[in-house]
Design a binder for this molecule. Structure first.
Ligand SMILES: Cc1cc2nc3c(=O)[nH]c(=O)nc-3n(C[C@H](O)[C@H](O)[C@H](O)COP(=O)(O)OP(=O)(O)OC[C@H]3O[C@@H](n4cnc5c(N)ncnc54)[C@H](O)[C@@H]3O)c2cc1C
Ligand code: FES
Length: 284
């Protein structure tokens, strides 16, 4: 098996994509679609949860997208969840199964999952942040015995905006992961929690000393979630956040993703709070 990264690095140019075929597409919400992709025969994606690929559509352009499938289940195939916001993502949303796209990567550093063994883990996902976390959650649940207590806190704007509905249902039914979901605005028939994601944090009573928190969501969420996680006593080095900055090359050449001295495409996107707490650009 050749890893996609080896293939990306072996090309005559680091900017040359490898073709991938869209095998299946599912519309999750009005704006978000899930894509199941297949690499050429003999290739494997070999990523860490939290890493991303640069996805290209011929004649349109390229954008970084997180891999949302777990490494163990990915192999020659992998999954993306894409929000339609601009040129590239609109073009992707128009593609049907059988279409080809380009991929480079996987790039960056994901979650240091080896350091999570034996710990309690709280996954905090806001909106599309569930996509990169789903890769990590699936990996942790597949090796459930290696970890302590596990909880997911997930917030969406409305009940119509929940991503990965089949996974959410399956996780809620497992009994070995606490699942708490909330919405900002309820719709008719919603009898679940209403409120911003921080209103779910009091439901978690894990001993702080042994707890890892992983946080992915819109930048505005980070400041408030961090305040509450730190107030619970979770160590700065045990809080992991993903920084989805403007990226172009994905490989440390263009500087678009720079956050002070950190190129988030290379050192990130996943960084601990201890690494970024003094960087004004990170959490403002
Ligand atoms: C590490 C990383 C991981 C990511 N993972 C995911 C993921 O899993 N799923 C996902 O959907 N996204 C993800 N993103 C975000 C995604 O890369 C961006 O949304 C990307 O810009 C989409 O490209 P685009 O060409 O479709 O949109 P763009 O054309 O780049 O537009 C992006 C934004 O800019 C605005 N915009 C565009 N043109 C204009 C204009 N002329 N004037 C004003 N505003 C404008 C759009 O409204 C939109 O909000 C990730 C980003 C990073 C850095
Ligand atoms: S995206 Fe070009 S340096 Fe990070």
């Amino acid at each position: 098996m050749t890893t996609l990264l080896r293939e990306t690095l072996d090309h005559s140019s680091i900017y040359m994509p490898t073709p991938a075929r869209i095998v299946a597409v599912e519309q999750f919400t009005e704006l978000e679609k899930w894509f199941h992709l297949e690499l050429p025969s003999g290739f494997t994606i070999a990523h860490q949860p939290g890493q991303f690929v640069e996805v290209s559509v011929l004649g349109i352009g390229e954008a970084p997208i997180s891999i949302c499938s777990s490494p163990a289940r990915s192999n020659g195939a992998f999954e993306l969840c894409v929000r339609r916001v601009g040129k590239l993502t609109e073009a992707l949303h128009r593609l049907e199964p059988g279409s080809m796209i380009g991929v480079r990567g996987p790039f960056g550093h994901g979650f240091p999952i080896d350091r999570f063994q034996g710990k309690d883990i709280v996954f905090v996902a806001g909106g599309l942040g569930l996509a990169p976390l789903r890769s990590l959650i699936t990996e942790v649940l597949d090796e459930r015995g290696k970890y302590g207590r596990v909880a997911l806190l997930y917030g969406a704007r409305t009940p119509n905006d929940f991503l990965f509905p089949a996974d959410l249902k399956a996780w809620a039914e497992r009994g070995d992961i606490e699942c708490h979901v909330t919405v900002d605005r309820p719709t008719d028939g919603w009898d679940g929690h209403v409120g911003v994601i921080t209103t779910l944090l009091p439901k978690i009573d894990f001993p702080a000393r042994n707890t890892i928190a992983t946080v992915v969501g819109p930048p505005v969420m980070y400041k408030f979630v961090l305040q509450d996680l730190l107030a619970k006593g979770i160590a700065e080095g045990n809080i992991w956040l993903s920084f989805e900055r403007q990226m172009k090359c994905g490989v440390g050449k263009c500087g678009h993703c720079q956050m002070h001295h950190i190129y988030t495409c290379q050192t990130g996107p996943v960084l601990s709070y201890a690494e970024v707490k003094d960087l004004e650009e990170a959490l403002s």
